[in-house]
Design a protein. Structure first.
Length: 275
């Protein structure tokens, strides 16, 4: 049995496993946080190119957050020392920015979470450094389709498992692997909250989706097998078979009539190539 609790405003910051149902104040706050997150990734589209280091991208991201009066939610989170995660090629997620320069044909995911007035806007997109191989382009395209099919399945009265079922069914058509080790999550005033949103699931299972629920959908899709491993730094997750991996993430809400995407690009730059 899944527990739900009606909340709103700034007073609810505890984590107790209940699924929070937010009201109008929460929606307004998440729209603001989500828009800033989307605007930052829009700006990244003009910065990603061969020769640029992931550390330089992270510095720019931190500057944009601070200039907007926000702070990077990842900075200091469980000891993490950076303002974004940047995951290149076979890195699935949680890639650590540094001195590594992007090379021609690299694909990369940039994941940002600005904390705006106590609310988290969590989103990620794929980017191309130059011209990637055709197989990489196709993987990125299908991964974005997986995200949007998962969002389309997130309807009031449906079950959470419908999201993962839609994602897995689409990825399976291309014989891509859906990563199981990482999942989407509830969010709002907490960075990670209930429920967990798995990306490979059985339709009709899991908690009922109710208006006011906030969570991320963030499928990680591998060109090869679905299996992941975490490197010795305790953060960087890579494909075990060294195949390419792609990910997109939106923060959404369940509404009375469907859903709302908080982190949609205001300039239409939701999926590369970005013009």
């Amino acid at each position: 049995m899944h527990e739900y609790q009606l909340v709103d405003g700034a007073e609810t910051v505890y984590r107790d496993g209940t699924i929070k149902l937010h009201g109008p104040e929460g929606f307004e706050a998440m729209r603001k946080a989500g828009r800033l997150a989307a605007e930052i990734l829009d700006a990244c589209a003009d910065m990603v190119k061969p020769g640029v280091t992931t550390g330089a991208l992270d510095d720019a991201i931190r500057g944009m957050m601070l200039d907007a009066g926000a702070v990077p939610a990842t900075l200091g989170y469980r000891g993490y020392a950076h303002s974004s995660c940047i995951s290149i090629n076979h890195v699935i997620c949680h890639g650590i920015p540094g001195d590594k320069a992007l090379k021609e044909g690299d694909i990369l995911n940039i994941d940002v979470t600005p904390l705006v007035d106590g609310w988290h806007g969590d989103t990620s997109r794929m980017f191309f450094a130059g011209e990637p191989p055709l197989k990489a382009r196709k993987l990125v395209e299908v991964t974005y389709e997986c995200l949007m099919l998962g969002i389309a399945a997130a309807q009031p009265g449906a079950r959470l498992g419908n999201i993962g079922a839609a994602i897995e069914a689409h990825a399976n058509q291309f014989r891509y692997g859906v990563v199981r080790e990482f999942c989407g999550h509830g969010l709002g005033r907490l960075f990670h909250d209930a429920p967990e949103v798995v990306h490979a699931a059985k339709a009709g299972t899991g908690p009922e989706l109710k208006p006011g629920m906030f969570f991320t959908i963030e499928p990680m899709i591998n060109l090869g097998k679905p299996w992941a491993k975490v490197l010795g730094d305790g953060w960087t997750a890579v494909t075990r078979d060294k195949s390419l991996s792609a990910q997109f993430e939106h923060s959404i809400a369940i509404t009375e009539t469907g859903n709302e995407i908080f982190t949609k690009s205001p300039t239409g730059r939701d999926c590369p190539p970005y013009m």
